[in-house]
Design a protein around this ligand. Structure first.
Ligand code: GDP
Length: 335
């Protein structure tokens, strides 16, 4: 027997029009409920979530979206806390989201945990949401991107999306943000490693944290190394040469300059038309990424299809069918 909706408010499909109205008046509890709806695996919740995001679409897109990456310990949470408070003091509303695909395995995200950002966590003008715990990077990233749209509709005008320095998740965050900030440590011996890993090719700025006390000199050295290394790489945009700067999240020195660079980048990108082009490209890329996930979800959801896929998989493993033929057979199953 299906219980009446009111008997189970936690699991019921919420009234989308009501939720939209609450979000638009910046009701934080409604925002949390809406993001929970997006993260739900239930088919009826997912359908409702799609309707909600579509309904809110006209109210999205106006925030400055900043991706922040860096190895554990580089100072991401300290930086987000300092930058977030700097922005809130200037009248901004700041949402912090995270993409951490390891959260599904570990059962908890190391990113976006409120305790890591002590001041932001208690600010009325901030909203912090840990990484969704979904099986795949694609799933985590897609949900984070939709959560970002909800935050924008709820009036947050700066969205900070953090991720750990792992290749694929960095690309995903870069694909949902306007500005990609790579945080580095002074003299950690990894100066040129970042460049090898391809990270620096994504970055719109490299910022070397912990430039305080005895570290200042080493930070300046590291900055010089990065500058010369960046010089030989082709920049992502003809209208932006990624700068290298030093700052201290602990003392706050350089935080204002860091933000000013993000604002300057936005102006340069808007003036050149690159901003609109990047957002358009991102939208289409996300459509394809979501389509891929939906197709895979369909393969997994249908028990009959699942059985056949398992059989084909076994034939491939045994070397009886080529992967190419197997893929073709699976595509046929979707028809
Ligand atoms: P995350 O793992 O990247 O989020 O790094 P955290 O923000 O947790 O910082 C890791 C450690 O570095 C903490 O002990 C911080 O207090 C310290 N830290 C962060 N920013 C600075 C800074 O600007 N200067 C110094 N000296 N220490 C910092």
């Amino acid at each position: 027997m299906t219980p009446p909706k009111s008997a189970s408010p936690r699991n019921a499909v919420p009234d989308i029009a009501a939720l939209k109205a609450e979000l638009r008046v910046r009701n934080r509890a409604a925002l949390a409920r809406a993001i929970t709806l997006i993260e739900s695996r239930r088919a009826d919740h997912q359908a409702a979530a799609r309707d909600l995001v579509q309904a809110l679409l006209p109210h999205t897109g106006r925030a400055i979206r900043v991706g922040i990456t860096g190895s554990p310990g580089v100072g991401k949470s300290t930086t987000i806390d300092a930058l977030g408070m700097f922005l809130i003091e200037r009248g901004h509303k700041v949402a912090v989201l995270a993409v951490d695909p390891s959260s599904a395995r570990t059962g908890g995200s190391i990113l976006g945990d409120k305790t890591r950002m002590a001041r932001l966590a208690v600010s009325e003008s901030a909203y912090i949401r840990p990484s969704p715990a979904s099986g795949t990077l694609g799933g985590v990233a897609a949900k984070t991107r939709e959560a970002m749209l909800l935050c924008e509709a709820a009036g947050f005008d700066v969205i900070l999306v953090e991720t750990v320095g792992i290749g694929q998740s960095e690309t995903a965050v870069c694909d949902m943000t306007d500005f990609f900030l790579a945080l580095m440590l002074p003299g950690a011996g990894d100066e040129l490693q970042g460049i090898k890993k391809g990270l620096v090719e994504l970055a719109d700025m490299i910022a070397i944290n912990k430039a305080d006390g005895d570290n200042v000199k080493r930070a300046n050295h590291a900055a010089a190394d990065y500058r010369s290394a960046l010089h030989i790489l082709a920049p992502r945009s003809a209208h932006w040469q990624p700068p290298v700067m030093t700052y201290s999240a602990l003392t706050g020195a350089g935080i204002a300059e860091l933000w000013q660079t993000i604002v300057d980048h936005r102006s340069a990108m808007e003036a050149s038309g690159d901003f609109a082009a990047r957002r358009r490209e991102q939208q289409v890329k996300w459509m394809w990424s979501m389509l891929e996930q939906r197709m895979l979800a369909r393969l997994r959801a249908d028990a009959g299809v699942r059985g056949k896929v398992k059989k084909i998989e076994a034939e491939v493993a045994d070397g009886r069918v080529t992967p190419a033929i197997a893929a073709e057979q699976i595509v046929e199953l979707l028809k």
